[in-house]
Design a protein around this ligand. Structure first.
Ligand code: SF4
Length: 206
């Protein structure tokens, strides 16, 4: 599968912020095909090309994750589910050796039928924040970036569609003063939702 990078760090966002894990960043993103507005503030444009990174055997990735010894991995991108069948095999292989697997997706694609990650974060993107219906019942966390066009009512609808998901609002970093204020006010008005500040940016780590 096409892998951009494998590295150990703290999860910087959402419910698991501050927890050490190994990140596997897969190559390829469908945001430009779908004209998603996140192209304007994406912090990983190096992940967009589907032929980016290097062709890597699943066994090699598993070995790298095992050697890290952290026991928890986050599959991210880009949009990792573009490599659906390979992702399914990778998750199986990681879970087989006792590693807990998180998947972070933009929600535009379903999970492959047999894929059962230990944690699923869906970060739907503007302008419409579409989430594929086939993800209903499988979402552990909704992570929504608060940008200049943010509308809380849209997140309320998403939360209603995914009632068991934790809701995290994340201020868009390039306009933090403005988006942070909106995100904070929105969380205060929605008890149970939480603020997600990009911890890795604060700390200046990967
Ligand atoms: S979907 Fe994710 S990786 Fe792709 S452009 Fe948007 S923020 Fe970046």
């Amino acid at each position: 599968m096409r892998v951009l990078e494998v590295f150990d760090s703290l999860q910087g966002e959402g419910v698991w912020a501050g927890v050490a894990m190994t990140f596997v960043r897969l190559a390829g993103c469908n945001a430009s095909d779908l004209r998603l507005a996140c192209l304007a503030w994406c912090d990983t444009p190096q992940s967009w090309r589907r032929d980016g990174g290097t062709d890597t055997d699943i066994s090699e990735i598993v070995e790298q994750v095992r050697q890290s010894g952290l026991g928890r991995v986050c599959l991210t991108g880009g949009e990792p589910l573009l490599q659906g069948e390979s992702v399914e095999s990778l998750v199986d292989a990681l879970q087989h050796v006792g590693v807990l697997v998180h998947v972070e997706t933009n929600g535009t694609l379903p999970l492959p039928d047999g894929l059962r990650p230990d944690w699923v974060t869906v970060s739907p993107k503007p302008p419409v924040h579409f989430i594929d219906d086939r993800l209903r019942g499988m979402v552990d966390e909704l992570k929504v970036v608060v940008d200049q066009d943010f509308v809380a009512a849209r997140v309320e609808m998403l939360a209603a569609d995914h009632p068991s998901a934790a809701v995290c609002l994340q201020p868009e970093a390039s306009r933090l003063a403005e988006t942070g204020a909106v995100a904070t006010a929105t969380v205060m008005a929605h008890p149970g939702w939480r603020l997600s500040i990009q911890l890795h940016r604060v700390l200046g780590i990967a």
